[in-house]
Design a protein around this ligand. Structure first.
Ligand code: ANZ
Length: 798
């Protein structure tokens, strides 16, 4: 009997062998028809790889192994998204340069990945915080600048007056600073933007052809938020100016009873009469502290105040009051609305609260009780009466255009991408300012435009780079006295918007991407990552690809053809996260059970796209499975020409069929169950042929790569098991190992029975005679003849 299987010794042995044999080396230029398998790269946080990482990376690795055995040329690179806030906050706390702590973390994570036994070829690894990478982040900025897709403008940002720092939306909780609890205010700052809005329509259209989860596509569509509507102009009472509102429901114009401006609207100061100014000003101050998220929260109580100004209805000439309210945003449409309380929920609530008139202009509801927001037939609307909503829209727009009172417009919710951050740990924006303050691009030959290291980390409200003496001196030395560098750095989402292209370049510093490789490898065949990136990373990467295509650097429009989201691993129902203190460390478990068992355990928790709730109680079951597999499949029958029983063969071919189908759909949980079923089916069989044993080992190879190599070696397999081809099944052998036999008496069918396929003729006939319905006819009769037609029929004549 073979000795016990010892994972720790075996796993490190194969990791070394793989490395020595360069088993996973990939030469990008040499692959002919590559399969690009990409998993979103991790952020190298202080903690080591956690259970969620293991789930996210080990299972796709198994899928890559499967593809490789099926003859695909798999390219499956890995890197680190290493710029960002946590490292900077750590630096603020400890005074240790993020460059140093990040490198340590990356080193640790690579070690862990190696213990996982993944097939990454580390020569393709990239780290976004390294100058050789961020040179290209900066290069991309310059391409955007050249194409007028990067511009600077005043924007309001979240600002904590106590910490004196700008905050990301995620760092503001209930209007308070996450770190110190101070009330966050909105502060105008000059910021760099990328014009993603130029691509809104293409981003929307492109979604149709992508093999992505429907829910994710829906989220992007909603994020882009296309709406077709109209701009309508209202004449202001007592002023020359006209007020323009944006509406998606011009058909309800006759139901508009008041107008609402965003509190920041530039007309507010002009039109508000003196005696109202004090209250209006106080309300504006109150709103300044709120984020957009808080302002548009549908559940919140509506607030607002009348300005005391009026405007005239464009058709009826009626006088309508003008209000300001925080539910109207300056950043959408024209920052002003016509309120139709009868047919819009927010307006209805507002009108109810402030006792403003509510008019019915679409029939079908009871607007005293609730707003009627459905389509319907227009009423109380002069020349629109009797028309259905969609026709009334067209007619109203035509009227407005004829009377020079408005026009048809298409509006997108999507905003330009704010890419500047008042942060240290990011790629410096490659812009310098002349003494007059005009921006100029840093010429390519000065890239990478290095992130200075002589920086004070303490937050002061300014970008930390302001404190670098070297940065300013460098700028003046190159560009001249009085020139200053841009002190902001780039959003880390810029770094990850093109990494799929840089993976093809092995760090090449001369070219952004090689066109031949790009056209061969892109779009990524399968992209795997969390659903939380639906509207940020996944939309930015698409936009950048489109912009690069327009500049001729790439040939494809879309970066990711097929997308799959892994499920979430929870702990007692809650997402594992450092802040919740419920993170499970995989290291001890891997130490105790081995990487293969741990990987299989994660697979066994449920389908890859579902994830599951963590519990380590069942892991012993997989330990036992591994030992049983080792015992059963590390030896083959020594007898020459040994043939397996038919039932073994049919079980094997059924296993091939099922494992293949399950793995194709990333359903490793059921693939493992199938392997277990096969083991159960053959465990008591004394001997197995070499062919059968090695077929099983090949089925096991993607799922338990180390164990499979060890078994392959033990059974005298040639080369590495990962270099073998994936088994195929013989449909003939799938036929179930029982058969249905019909029993006839004197030519009439009297019964049928299921018997084992390998049952001998005599036993089949004997069993037929024992059947209730047959016995009845045979009783007391003389049996004249009995015929057995193989696999079909027993015929008895009496
Ligand atoms: C009148 C109206 C009547 C509206 C009605 C809706 C229903 P979507 O579809 O999401 O694009 N709106 C316009 N600009 C706004 C702003 N800056 N802040 C807040 N709300 C704004 O939304 C368009 C609708 O949202 C517009 O159509 C407008 O209200 C409102 F029965 O105009 B509607």
């Amino acid at each position: 009997m073979p000795p016990e299987y010892s994972p720790s010794a075996v796993e490190s042995k194969w990791q070394q062998k793989w490395e020595a044999a360069k088993a996973y080396a990939v030469n990008v230029k040499r692959l002919k028809d590559p399969f690009y398998l990409l998993v979103m790269f991790p952020y190298p946080s202080g903690a080591r790889l956690h259970v969620g990482h293991w789930f996210q990376y080990s299972i796709p690795d198994s899928y890559g192994r499967f593809l490789r055995m099926r003859g695909k040329e798999v390219f499956h690179p890995m890197g680190f998204d290493s710029f960002g806030l946590p490292a900077e906050n750590y630096a603020i706390k400890t005074g240790i340069q993020p460059a140093i702590s990040t490198d340590d973390n990356v080193k640790n994570m690579i070690e862990q990945f190696k213990r996982m036994g993944v097939m990454f070829d580390w020569k393709h690894a990239l780290q976004t915080s390294k100058p050789e990478y961020y040179k290209w982040t900066q290069w991309l900025f310059l391409q955007m600048f050249k194409k007028d897709l990067a511009y600077k403008k005043l924007a309001t940002v979240n600002y904590c007056p106590k910490d004196q720092t700008v905050l990301a939306n995620e760092q503001v909780h209930d209007g308070l600073c996450e770190r110190c609890g101070t009330e966050v205010i909105q502060k105008p700052l000059k910021q760099w933007f990328w014009k993603i809005t130029d691509y809104a329509e293409r981003l929307l259209q492109g979604l149709d052809d992508l093999d992505w989860p429907e829910k994710t596509k829906l989220m992007q569509r909603h994020w882009i938020g296309k709406s077709e509507g109209a701009e309508v102009q209202f004449t202001l009472d007592g002023f020359e100016d006209r007020l323009t509102v944006f509406t998606t429901r011009p058909d309800t114009l006759f139901g508009a009873t008041y107008l609402v401006l965003a509190p920041e609207h530039p007309l507010v100061e002009k039109i508000t009469p003196k005696k109202h100014w004090g209250a209006v000003h106080a309300y504006r101050e109150l709103i300044r502290k709120k984020t957009e998220m808080q302002r548009t929260d549908l559940a919140k109580d509506k607030t607002g105040i009348a300005t005391g100004a009026f405007a005239m209805h464009p058709v009826t000439g009626e006088k309508m009051p003008i209000w300001i309210a925080d539910y109207v945003l300056m950043t959408y449409g024209t920052g002003a609305i016509m309120a139709v309380p009868g047919h819009d929920a927010r307006d209805w609530e507002f009108a109810k609260k402030f006792e403003l008139p509510i008019k019915e202009v679409v029939a079908g509801g009871n607007i005293e009780e609730a707003p009627f927001t459905e389509k319907g037939i227009v009423v109380h609307s002069d020349f629109l009466n009797g028309l259905p909503t969609h026709e009334a829209k067209k007619k109203m727009i035509a009227w407005l255009e004829d009377h020079d009172n408005g026009r048809c417009v298409i509006q997108y919710r999507l905003r330009d991408w704010l890419v500047s951050r008042q942060r240290y740990w990011g790629a410096p924006i490659p812009i310098v300012y002349d003494p007059e303050g005009n921006p100029h691009p840093v010429p390519d030959r000065h890239l990478p435009w290095l992130l200075p290291t002589d920086v004070e980390f303490k937050p002061t409200g300014e970008s930390p780079l302001v404190h670098s003496k070297e940065f300013l001196e460098r700028t003046e030395k190159i560009f001249g006295k009085g020139w200053t560098p841009e002190y902001d750095t780039m959003d880390t989402f810029v770094c990850s918007s093109f990494y799929h292209l840089r993976f093809l370049m092995e760090g090449n510093q001369k070219k952004f991407v090689d066109p031949a490789s790009e056209s061969k490898y892109l779009p990524v065949d399968l992209y795997i990552g969390g659903p939380e990136h639906a509207c940020m990373h996944l939309i930015y990467a698409r936009f950048v690809m489109m912009a690069l295509k327009d500049s001729g650097f790439v040939s494809h429009e879309e970066p990711f053809k097929k997308l799959v989201h892994q499920g979430l691993i929870t702990n007692k129902g809650a997402k594992m996260s450092k802040s919740k203190g419920n993170v499970v460390s995989p290291d001890d478990l891997v130490e105790r059970h081995g990487s293969d068992v741990f990987r299989m355990y994660l697979m066994f928790m449920g389908p890859f796209t579902d994830g599951g709730d963590w519990s380590d109680t069942g892991i012993k079951g997989l330990d036992r499975f591994v030992q049983r597999v080792w015992k059963k499949f590390s030896m083959v029958s020594a007898a020459k020409g040994f043939k397996d029983e038919p039932k073994v063969l049919s079980a094997l071919h059924l296993a091939i069929k099922k494992v293949t189908e399950h793995v194709e759909h990333l359903q490793f949980n059921t693939a493992i169950s199938t392997l277990m079923e096969f083991l159960n089916a053959v465990e008591s069989t004394e001997q197995l042929s070499k062919a059968t044993v090695q077929t099983f080992i090949r089925l096991l190879a993607p799922i338990a790569p180390h164990l499979a190599e060890e078994l392959w070696e033990a059974t005298a397999g040639k080369g590495l098991v990962i270099d073998q081809t994936w088994p195929t099944f013989d449909p003939e052998l799938l036929k179930s190992d029982t058969m249905i036999i019909v029993v006839q008496i004197n030519g009439k069918v009297r019964a049928s029975m299921e018997v084992e396929s390998d049952l001998p003729e005599s036993a089949i006939v004997a069993r037929a005679k024992e059947l209730e319905n047959v016995k009845k006819f045979l009783d007391g009769q003389e049996l004249k003849k009995q015929i057995y037609v193989k696999g079909k029929l027993v015929s008895l004549v009496v």
